[in-house]
Ligand binder design. Structure first.
Ligand SMILES: *Cc1c(COP(=O)(O)O)cnc(C)c1O
Length: 357
């Protein structure tokens, strides 16, 4: 294959500095990054080069007006040493959906996949082998016009960086039902992985932390009645033999882990319902002893078990010994990502033949 991507390899790999048994999430970057520019007409300057700082003008529009989106995906490595990308096309389709909503240019699928394959192959020594570890991949697209004034930028930059990561959450989390602030309203940008969504969530999250919870559980913006999601995770409730998760209403992020879990649960014969889930229903299920398990789902954590939910002035405390569905799902997804069990749904893209040099 003729490659459109220029590759400049590092002469000073930092891999020797990495302690695989203790990788703090979000701080450790692999040797290389992918960079591309949009000039107002087309994407160009496709390049993989050593990860480094990029110089930007103070009027770079992304910082002022929030025209910035990102993705989060993972790669594993098989026991035979083949790097495996997890659902890369699905992540690109979501990136491009976010781009359309934020008036940004879509990124071409063939170049995205080629960039991931070359980048991850080049940095494959950075992919941790342990069961719950992976290479976290962070694509980000930002507006780069140097201009003061609100309009869409004409130029953009796309970058992809890789972070080796260990287990994300070590202990189960506490959630506080948020009844004042909202994450997203109908017609807003809740469905996009847009940078501003996260900035807006920090203050409510800080208050929840001061009250002794790890994150907020977002409710719908109209009535504060229906559950939406949590931080950077979708949410699942196990009521006896029924698994409930809020439907994709346009205000929640279409989690790819959420989709994987729904598919895997259905494969195993679980009854799964995607529909509006009210906090009232969950509280009732808790009081009648039906609520067995609550967990969040997202690429970084895969699954995060919920230990308590603060609601109506009290804590719904979950018995973590009954956490079977979530542990099972976490194990399954981690195993699929490492190529250890059959990939029935073609979620895995092995990187076999790099188009390098
Ligand atoms: C990224 C994200 C998720 C999880 O999506 P995955 O594709 O499973 O990683 C859920 N909610 C929000 C708000 C997110 O940003």
């Amino acid at each position: 294959m003729h490659s459109t991507i220029t590759v400049k390899q590092t002469t000073h790999s930092r891999i020797g500095e990495l302690d695989f048994s203790n990788i703090p999430f979000g701080k450790v970057f692999s040797d290389h990054m992918f960079v591309a520019d949009y000039d107002g007409v087309q994407w160009k300057n496709f390049e993989i080069r050593p990860l480094e700082r990029i110089p930007l003008h103070p009027a770079t529009m992304a910082w002022h007006y929030g025209q910035a989106i990102f993705e989060g995906m993972k790669a594993g490595i098989s026991d035979e040493g083949v790097p495996l990308l997890y659902r890369p096309q699905d992540h690109l389709h979501r990136l491009n959906a976010s781009a359309r909503r934020m008036c940004m240019p879509e990124f071409p699928e063939d170049i995205f996949i080629e960039a991931l394959e070359q980048l991850v192959y080049l940095d494959k020594a950075w992919i941790p082998q342990e069961a719950e570890s992976a290479l976290y991949i962070r694509p980000v697209m930002m507006a780069t016009d140097e201009f003061v004034g609100v309009r869409s930028s004409d130029t953009f930059k796309m970058m992809i960086m890789c972070l080796p990561s260990g287990p994300y959450y070590n202990k189960p989390i506490g959630l506080l039902v948020e009844e004042h602030f909202v994450r997203a309203a109908e017609g807003g940008v809740g469905e996009a992985k847009a940078a501003g969504n996260y900035g807006a969530s920090l203050y409510p999250a800080k208050i929840a932390k001061e009250k002794g919870y790890d994150q907020v559980m977002w409710m719908d913006a109209k009535e504060f009645k229906y559950i939406q999601e949590v931080g950077t995770m979708n949410i699942f409730f196990v009521l006896d033999d029924l698994v409930l998760t809020p439907n994709l209403s346009g205000t929640i992020l279409k989690g790819i882990t959420r989709d994987s879990i729904i598919t895997l649960l259905k494969d195993e014969g679980y009854r799964v319902e995607e529909r509006p889930v009210s906090m009232e229903e969950i509280e009732k299920a808790y009081d009648s002893g039906k609520l067995k398990e609550v967990f969040g789902s997202g690429t970084a954590a895969v699954v995060a078990q919920v230990a308590k939910i603060g609601y109506n002035g009290r804590d719904l405390v979950l018995d973590l010994n009954t956490n079977k569905v979530s542990t099972h799902m976490k194990h399954l997804i981690n195993q699929i990502r490492k190529g250890r069990i059959t990939d029935k749904h073609q979620w895995i893209s092995p990187i076999k033949l790099p188009a390098l040099v």
